[in-house]
Each structure stands twice: as structure tokens, then as C-alpha cells.
Design a protein around this ligand. Sequence first.
Ligand SMILES: Cc1cc2nc3c(=O)[nH]c(=O)nc-3n(C[C@H](O)[C@H](O)[C@H](O)COP(=O)(O)OP(=O)(O)OC[C@H]3O[C@@H](n4cnc5c(N)ncnc54)[C@H](O)[C@@H]3O)c2cc1C
Length: 443
Amino acid sequence: MFAKLLYNRNSLVLNTSFKYFSTSHARLKEHNCKLLVVGGGSGGCSLSAKFARNFQKGEIIIVEPSDVHYYQPMFTLIGGGIKKLEDSRKNMRDVLPNKANWIKESVVEFNPQKNAVTISNGDTIKYDFMLVAVGLQLRYEAVPGLVEALNIPNSGVCSNYSPNHVNKTYEALQKFESGNAVFTFPNTPVKCPGAPQKVVYISEHFFRKTGKRNKANVTYNTSLGVIFGVKKYADALWKVVKERNINVNLRTNLIEVQPEKKLAIFENLDKPGEKTIVEYSMLHVAPPMGAPDVLKKCTDLVNEAGFVNVNKDTLQHVKFSNVFAIGDCSSSPNSKTAASVAAQCNIVYKNMKAVMAGQNLTEIYNGYASCPLVTGYGSCIMAEFDYDLNPLETFPISQDKEMWVMYMMKKDFMPTLYWKLMLNGYWNGPSTVRSLMHLGLRK
Ligand SMILES: Cc1cc2nc3c(=O)[nH]c(=O)nc-3n(C[C@H](O)[C@H](O)[C@H](O)COP(=O)(O)OP(=O)(O)OC[C@H]3O[C@@H](n4cnc5c(N)ncnc54)[C@H](O)[C@@H]3O)c2cc1C
């Protein structure tokens, strides 16, 4: 039998209500909160900050295992040597709101029928409302030979997608002398679908700047059937790759790396069994990604692909009305970017508040996503679009052009916007700016 012990609230590490459970093996705790936020990344941190303004201390619990919060959109620039890894990181304790209780563990089991989760130290957390914001899981191990290749110093294999590997990209660029520079896009959902090709453009420009371009054969192998999902920007990108003599192979998926021979093996997704073997000098890999394993285990909570099953308009769970999801782990079919997270913040905030107050949901998410397609040192195409892949541009100019000002926004303005406004719950995407720029004619 579990026994409830008396406790003194002031003596607890966490200022939240909980009970002790005594088992034959350990003393486990049961925490209780009004709002449980699972994940302290872009979505979890921003939304906790919004709620923390109105909630009492102790009413919000955030479960997040990492000590460090990364601004991942900066990884592209780090790979190009434009920013340093330190510029992209802050201590988690400095970005999470003080009024929320941070438990530095992972959720290992969701139990939405009981409004409860189990965390990695064995404790249970019971909640009235839950926001799931656990992001995507990187699956480097799904490509045989890739992890080994990434861990061999100076192997030429690199990946902007992980803070553990992003510095290898600039190292590989600097060490590159001649041969094939190959870049990949996996056959899975990805975060920032533009990132696997931004590194192609930056690398190609780097080779030109350093006089190595005529010795480099630059190839982008993508599993997709298009260079970019939105036609307006895809047309602009095809021009860029043609002008700069970059080879693009569609429906071509990396399936194996043999680091000892510096070989990358690709499958043709349209012709089962057909493989191409490429000898590389540099190989940049966007790894396979997917919903985190912990979500996949809870079939009540997720769709068949393992993403939290929400209504794409309201972002409320289709079955559990007290559960919402934000960001990369959600089933909403938008492009998975931090820009989408910003646009989702106010939708989720207002709709969750409505549920808490027993009112109807009023806010509708239009699928807004943005992708600053950096095309070199000093140029960027700022793609912005909605669920239907229609452009939804903030500025009253056609944004399918390579522009210096957009590059500066990506490099200097957006990081400040992220750290100062978004993570403090004050940035909900550019819809108001867009409306002003278009004289109120565009939402
Ligand atoms: C190379 C690269 C370039 C990018 N470029 C851009 C860009 O230019 N523009 C843009 O808008 N977006 C970009 N993105 C995408 C953007 O970073 C993500 O879409 C965004 O961070 C998603 O936010 P999130 O809160 O859903 O997930 P994350 O920010 O990834 O946060 C998820 C959090 O959940 C935690 N977590 C995981 N599992 C558990 C668990 N079991 N229990 C508790 N916590 C858990 C993790 O530790 C993490 O802190 C880029 C990403 C990468 C990698």
C-alpha cells in the first residue's frame, strides 16, 4: 500500500504539492500541478512564460532533462563559420520562467486517461492540463555507419542538426581540398526542411570564397520529389542551383556510410533496389528524424506516425480536451520550424485558457511557417507560407529574391527576437506586422 506522509512545503526543493509513496524498493513522489509542460525547448519555454504571468508560483511544472537550451536555427550559421556554438546556447535555468517549477528529468510514460505522467526518477506527476512540447528525435543510428563516421576526427562527415556535430561542418569546409561535397535530406519528417539545403549554398559559396570551387563537385541528394514544397520559392531555388552549378538529385535517400572507404550509399526511392555509391570528400547529413519514442508508446495520445494527435486548427488533442501540443511533436501538418512555434504560441495559449475557463475555443492556426533560406554569406530568400503551401509574406515585396537584408534578419535580428521576446512569451509570429505592412489587407 502507498502511504501518504506529512510534509513541510517550505522544506521541499520544489514548491509544488506532492505526496510520498513508499514501496519496498524506493520512496517515490507524486507531484500535482495545474499545468504540466513537457519539454522546455522553443515551444515549452515560450508557452510556460505566457502562463507563468497569470499563474501562482508552483502551479506550473516543466519537465525538461537538458541543462542547456539551444537556439537551433543558428546551427546553420555555425556550420558556415558565421556564428559560434556558444552563441546558440543558454543555461536552461536562465530561460525557463522562475515562477514555474522545473523538474530536470524526462517523461518516460504518458497516461492521459489518468491525467498523469511518470518521469525518469520514478515519480508521478498529476496535472489538470498538459502541454506536450518534446520536439523531434534525431535518429543518426538509423543510417548504418553514420554514427561511426561522425565520431572519426576529420572524416569529412558532419551534420548541422546536432550541437554535438555542428562544428564539424565548418571544420570539413576548411579541410576540403577537392572532390565530391555531398549533402543529404532524409526520407522522414524533418525540422526546418530548408536547413539541409541552406548548408549546400553556404558551402558552395565558401568554396568560391576560398578558391576551391573548381575542385569541388557539389551535390544535393534529397528524398523529396521537389527542391522545396512551396512553388514560388522552389522556382527561385532552381535558378540558384542552376546558376551555381549545384547538382540536385531528387528522390535519392542516404542508406549507408562506409567511413573507412569514404563512401556514401544512396537508394533511388522511385526504383526499389537501385543504389548509387558516391565517394565523398565531405558529406553533410540531415539525419532521419521522428516522433520521440516516449510518445510512440502511448497510442492513445498519438497518430500512426507517433505525433501528438491534435486538431490542426485549435491544436487541442482530438480525444483529451485538457491536452494540447505545440511545435515539432504535434501532428499539425505545418512545416516544423521555430517560426511555426511562435505563431502557434498565442493560439495554444488562448485556446488552453478557454478550456480552463470552460469556454469555447476561438483561435485558429493557419499553419504559418517561415524558412530563411540562406543562399550564401550575405544573401537569403525569406520563405513564409501557410498550411496550403501558399506564400504568406510579411513584407510588401516579393520575397522570392535573394536579399542581404533578409540575411541580416536571420543572422542578427531573429536570435535577439528569440531570446528576448519569444522565450519570454512576447512574440507570437509576424501576423500583426504583416497586417500593418499590407495596410490591414492581409492577416
Ligand atoms: C539545423 C537546424 C536549423 C533550423 N533552422 C530553423 C530556422 O531557420 N527557422 C526556424 O524557424 N526553425 C529552424 N529550425 C527548427 C526549430 O529549431 C524547431 O522547429 C524548434 O526548435 C521546435 O521547437 P519545439 O519546442 O517543438 O522542440 P525543441 O525546441 O527541440 O524542444 C524540445 C524539448 O523537449 C525536451 N524533451 C525531449 N524529450 C523529452 C521528454 N521525454 N521529457 C521531457 N522533455 C523532453 C528536449 O530536451 C527539448 O528541450 C532549425 C532546426 C535545426 C536543427
